[in-house]
Design a protein around this ligand. Structure first.
Ligand SMILES: [Zn+2]
Length: 189
C-alpha cells in the first residue's frame, strides 16, 4: 500500500477527525517529473523542498505549504543556460467529503500535494526569463552573445525604445518643414 503513494502524498492518519491538531513537516525530494513547459522548467529529478503545515479542521485537513525549487533553462534573449530559484506558497483545504466547494479530498487518510506543488511551481515560472534584466541578447547578424562583447552593443541592441526615441529626436532637429520620414529614408540610402 505504501509504495503506491508518491513522496508528496502525505499520511494524515494522526490528524483525521481531530480538529485542533496540527503538525509540520519538511520534505526534500526529487521532482517526480518535469514541472513546466516554458523556457525554464523544474526538471525531473531536481530538488523540491517542501515546508508544510497540516491542520485538522472540522471539514478536513488544511494544508499550508512553501515550495523551494530551482528551474533550469535558458535566457530568452541570449540563450545562455540559467537557473532560476522558485519559491512559492499555497494553501488548500482537503475535505473529508468531496463537493462543489471542495476540489481536493482526503483519500485513504492521505493528502496528495503533488498536483498542487506542480500547479504552484508552473504558475511561478518566469514567462520570459533573462540572465540579467538588461541582457542585450544576440547580435542579429553574427549571433555573438552581446553580454560577452559590450563593445558591440549599440543603443538599438540594448533597448528598442531608445532607438525609437533617437529617431524621434533626429526628425525634430530637421524642423517643422522637413521631409516626411519615408522621404528621409530614401535619401539616406
Ligand atoms: Zn541573456
Amino acid at each position: 500500500m505504501a509504495t503506491k503513494h508518491s513522496v508528496f502524498d502525505l499520511s494524515v492518519r494522526d490528524l483525521v477527525n481531530r480538529p485542533g491538531e496540527m503538525r509540520e513537516e519538511r520534505i526534500s525530494a526529487p521532482a517526480p517529473e518535469q514541472f513546466g513547459e516554458a523556457l525554464v522548467a523544474v526538471k525531473e529529478g531536481s530538488a523540491i523542498d517542501l515546508d508544510v503545515r497540516l491542520e485538522s479542521v472540522h471539514e478536513g485537513i488544511l494544508v499550508t505549504a512553501e515550495v523551494d525549487a530551482t528551474a533550469d533553462g535558458e535566457c530568452g534573449r541570449c540563450l545562455i543556460e540559467l537557473a532560476v530559484p522558485v519559491q512559492v506558497e499555497f494553501q488548500e483545504l482537503f475535505g473529508y467529503h468531496g463537493g462543489e466547494a471542495i476540489e481536493y479530498e482526503v483519500q485513504d487518510d492521505h493528502v496528495d500535494l503533488e498536483p498542487l506543488i506542480r500547479d504552484a511551481v508552473v504558475l511561478a515560472l518566469p514567462f520570459q526569463p533573462v540572465c540579467r534584466p538588461d541582457c542585450p541578447g544576440l547580435d542579429p547578424e553574427t549571433g555573438v552573445r552581446l553580454a560577452d562583447h559590450p563593445e558591440l552593443v549599440t543603443p538599438e541592441h540594448s533597448d528598442p525604445r531608445w532607438a525609437a526615441l533617437a529617431g524621434f529626436q533626429a526628425s525634430e532637429d530637421n524642423g517643422p518643414d522637413s521631409m516626411s520620414g519615408a522621404d528621409q529614408q530614401r535619401e539616406e540610402r
